[in-house]
Design a protein around this ligand. Structure first.
Ligand code: NAD
Length: 430
């Protein structure tokens, strides 16, 4: 096992699920280690003419079921350990969703807010030049993650095409539509999470009108998900970003807050009529306070390790849907379970993004593009099917949804690994 805390913690979930699956020792051994990791130094000429070197990473955790697939994160905390953990989660997420991919992830350690747009473009292109031999349409496919978006993906695809001297849209997903992106990709993670929530909450007789929700992280995914939930009657009472949160027990007007946040970059409980926004009564809360609110549903949609042994016993929500990757540590899981809090795991809840990335890749390879209705319909179907299968496994073995999700993914991964392996040959020739 790699000697890194985040990856080691991620692997504990794997160990719990192994008790319930019948896969070979070979497959288990292989799943303990990332297949390949590269660390690169990316030189960037800053706008003032000086040179600065940035650290970048790309990790392919496993590619037994298909090419590596995973996003690229720009954040000051990006490290090899974090990228390996994220690549590990991608491996299980793709298997869980039955996508023909392995798992990968990448990132650059930087504060994206400190760079100009031109500097960000040069750095993104420099990252692709540095890892070009390690990626490819049938090798390892990139996508957006925290602080990267369609524009960044467009630069990356263009740079790779320049290096290859041919247009290669399939090497990156989450691109602008005009460069071969898919309809519905920007909202896919939120639409997928929304579908999971709507499939699971009725099993607990929890109807939208009787459900209060708090969302940590009002970014691409969290803000859209809050909007989708409020549109069908859930009462979203608190949201937050890196600066802190806002709380209004009577419920927040999410479309107004989204518009206000986009124009001002700050969070306020507001009500907007055309371009005029009035501030309405609300409480300013910290991110820690948001996590501890007495709500029905808590949605961490920001960073990993937000619920740990330090604060798990203060959580009062009944259900937690993990939209961020790894927001709950494994030791916090058991505390939450003892309190009777139901946790629905990241590898299922946030899998809508990679699912529509897969649809984008299919469209790029076939040259035939789908309507947003076709994308959203296929996404909803796939999310529902895999959510129901995971739920059935949880009922069958009497385990948490997290363990059930790993069992489901492990069965598919183990089968593929054993199909490729040589173990049977040696056993039969003895
Ligand atoms: P984003 O960068 O658009 O948004 C992140 C949000 O979190 C921002 O509002 C930011 O202000 C806030 N934030 C940062 N630090 C915070 C803190 N300490 N406390 C509270 N809020 C904080 O990113 P995103 O694309 O919305 O991704 C959010 C999470 O969802 C990440 O964990 C990402 O890995 C995961 N995810 C994203 C996708 C996708 O398609 N974008 C897919 C799967 C998983």
């Amino acid at each position: 096992m790699a000697d890194s805390s985040l990856l080691a913690d991620a692997s504990i979930r794997l160990e719990t699920a192994l008790k319930y699956v019948n896969i070979s020792e070979d497959a288990i051994e292989r799943l303990q280690y990332p297949k390949a990791s590269v660390t690169v130094s990316i030189p960037l000429r800053l706008d003032d003419g000086s040179l600065k070197i940035f650290r970048g990473y790309r990790v392919r955790y496993d590619d037994t079921r298909g090419p590596g697939k995973g996003g690229v994160r720009y954040h000051p905390n990006v490290s090899l350990d974090e990228v390996e953990s994220l690549a590990f989660w991608m491996t299980f997420k793709c298997a869980l969703m039955n996508l023909p991919y392995g798992g990968a992830k990448g990132g650059i350690t930087l504060n994206p807010k400190a760079l100009s747009k031109h500097e960000l473009e040069r750095l993104s292109r420099g990252y692709i030049s540095a890892i070009a031999d390690f990626i490819g349409t049938d090798v390892d496919i990139l996508a957006p993650d925290m602080y990267t978006n369609a524009t960044v993906m467009g630069w990356m695809m263009d740079q790779y095409s320049i290096i290859q001297r041919r247009i290669t849209p399939g090497v990156v997903t989450g691109k602008p539509i005009s460069m071969g992106g898919s309809q519905g990709r920007e909202t896919a993670t939120s639409v997928g999470a929304f579908q999971v929530i709507n499939t699971l909450l009725p099993k607990f007789d929890q109807s939208p009108e009787r459900t209060t929700v708090a969302v940590q992280g009002f970014g691409n995914v969290g803000a859209m998900l809050a909007q989708l939930l409020s549109q069908v009657g859930y009462r979203v009472v608190a949201v937050s970003d890196s600066q802190g949160g806002i709380y209004a027990p009577q419920g927040l007007d999410i479309p107004s807050i989204r518009r206000y946040k986009m124009s001002s970059r700050s969070l306020q409980a507001v009500y907007c009529e055309s371009s005029v926004c009035n501030i309405v009564e609300h409480e300013v809360i910290s991110n820690a306070e948001l996590l501890n609110l007495k709500v029905d549903v808590l949605i961490p949609a920001a960073l990993e390790k937000q619920i740990t042994v330090e604060n798990a016993d203060q959580i009062q929500a009944k259900y937690i849907f993990e939209v961020a990757n790894g927001p709950i540590t494994s030791d916090a899981d058991s505390i939450l379970e003892k309190q009777g809090i139901r946790v629905f795991p990241d590898i299922l809840v946030n899998a809508g993004g990679v699912t529509v990335s897969y649809f984008e890749w299919v469209q790029n390879r076939s040259g035939l593009y789908w309507t947003s209705e076709e994308v959203n319909q296929s996404l909803k179907e796939r999310m529902t099917v895999e959510t129901e299968k995971t739920w059935s496994i949880a009922q069958e073995f009497g385990v948490s949804m997290r363990t059930a999700a790993y069992i489901h993914a492990l069965n598919r991964l183990g089968e593929a690994m054993d199909a490729k392996g040589t173990r049977d040959y040696f056993q039969s020739s003895q």
